[in-house]
Design a protein around this ligand. Structure first.
Ligand code: PMP
Length: 421
């Protein structure tokens, strides 16, 4: 997914991932096969399937005896606390953060972004200030900033995108000014598959002392990420897009930011002491985790990250690149099929439209042929507006995807064309 990775991918090609074995780790495929149905699941950018290791980890949280974290003196509470805090350490390690205290468990990327918008940005934002996002953001990385900007009389500015679906980084340099309070950019576009040169973007921001949030929702699943090397201020991702449970995700933030930020929500487990006159808040990350968290979600997420790390992220990236390249190459040879976005670097996703067929019809007919894709605006309406389209059909790949599945997609698309010819 990036030049360094391509080099690593080449080096590891000899020990390529065994997609068949990986597939066997995900029980849903066997279940569909046993029911006599094929499941060509190509909606992985929306959510991923779960390996047995994740199902087992979540079950074990309850099978071994449920307990609430942090407050209890009994064994079940201690067991839950160890599992939950152990999961935080797994996330730290996966992201390359310095300390587990820099990791906040959240509901997902959306909540991570809202937390930063409310607790970091809002107190620093005054009328006339600016927040910069890009043209290719998911709504989750637009709306929270827009809401805070509207409340404070600040302005949302947008890094433009070219027709291939790559950001115009020269324009970013011009957008960064004295009033820029934050930049928020996705690492990988969920609508186009564009891999942004996030290192360059972070460097441009840091040169001017502008904090940057990286939306890693579509990135962490496709290749290694190291927030320390990246140097970003904030990084968010969701568990369900990385083979983990839904309702859990993580926010990484620089320590100095977390320490300066007021709580996001009030409640139990985020305090040092409470009286009717005054509350002392706990230090981060507890300060940002009010109430009983998604304990089994965090444990399941850690199991998913361990599973992915065990496969080797470079090998995962190399495998997925092979399948995706195959799909892109074959789709682009079909007359009447138009790829939406032809970025310099792509990960996980290919979006396309067919002459004379609405994407929803494409999606419905593909589903009848056992191929699950997404049709719609992909929560990225500004991207659709840019291309003058109401919607696209999107196929998105994962570690268990195979070249045969890419062929099944392309063959089914060709059948759709025949139906509408
Ligand atoms: N950012 C991107 C790039 C996404 O693809 C998504 C989910 N489609 C999100 C943010 C939001 O993720 P979630 O709904 O899991 O919070």
């Amino acid at each position: 997914m990036n030049p360094a990775l391509t080099a690593t991918a080449a080096a590891t090609a000899r020990e390529a991932l065994d997609a068949g074995r990986v597939r066997a780790d995900f029980p849903c495929f066997a279940r569909w096969r046993a029911a006599g149905d094929t499941l060509v699941y190509l909606d992985n950018a929306a959510t991923t399937q779960k390996p047995q290791a994740v199902l087992d980890a979540v079950t074990e949280v309850y099978a071994g005896g449920a307990g609430n974290i942090h407050r209890g003196v009994h064994r079940l509470s201690q067991r839950a606390t160890e599992a939950y805090e152990g999961a935080r350490e797994t996330v730290r390690c996966f992201l390359g953060a310095d300390s587990a205290d820099d990791i906040v468990f959240v509901r997902g990327a959306t909540e991570g972004i809202n937390l930063v918008a409310r607790s970091f940005l809002a107190p620093r934002l005054t009328a006339g200030d600016e927040v910069v996002v890009s043209r290719m953001e998911h709504h989750a990385n637009i709306v929270p900033w827009q809401m805070v900007c509207e409340e404070r009389g600040a302005r949302l500015r947008v890094i433009p995108m070219g027709p291939e679906g790559d950001l115009d980084l020269d324009a970013l340099e011009d957008l960064l000014g004295d009033r820029t309070r934050l930049v928020a950019v996705t690492q990988v576009s969920n609508a186009l598959g564009t891999v942004n040169p996030i290192g360059e973007i972070v460097t441009a921001c840091r040169r001017r002392g502008v904090p940057i949030l990286v939306d890693g929702a579509q990135a962490v699943v496709h290749g290694p990420v190291d927030v320390a090397t990246l140097g970003c201020d904030f990084y968010v991702f969701s568990g369900h897009k990385v083979y983990g449970p839904s309702g859990v995700g993580a926010l990484y933030a620089r320590r100095e930011h977390l320490e300066s930020m007021p709580p996001y929500q009030g409640g139990g487990d985020m305090i040092r002491s409470v009286s009717f006159e005054h509350t002392d808040f706990a230090p981060p990350p507890q300060r940002f985790e009010a109430g009983t968290p998604n304990i089994e979600g965090a444990v399941g997420l850690a199991a998913a990250l361990d599973y992915l790390s065990g496969l080797g992220l470079e090998r995962v990236a190399a495998h997925e690149a092979g399948v995706l390249d195959h799909a892109v190459r074959r789709l682009s040879t079909l007359p009447g099929v138009h790829l939406v976005g032809t970025p310099k670097e792509r990960a996980g996703v290919v979006s396309f439209v067919l002459d004379g067929v609405h994407p929803h019809d494409v999606g419905t007919i593909l589903d009848a042929r056992g191929v699950a894709v997404r049709a719609g605006h992909h929560c990225a309406q500004p991207v659709m507006d840019f291309f003058g389209l109401p919607a696209t059909t999107r196929a998105s790949f994962a570690v268990y995807s195979t070249v045969e599945e890419a062929d099944a997609l392309v063959d089914a698309v060709a059948e759709v064309q025949e139906i509408f010819a």
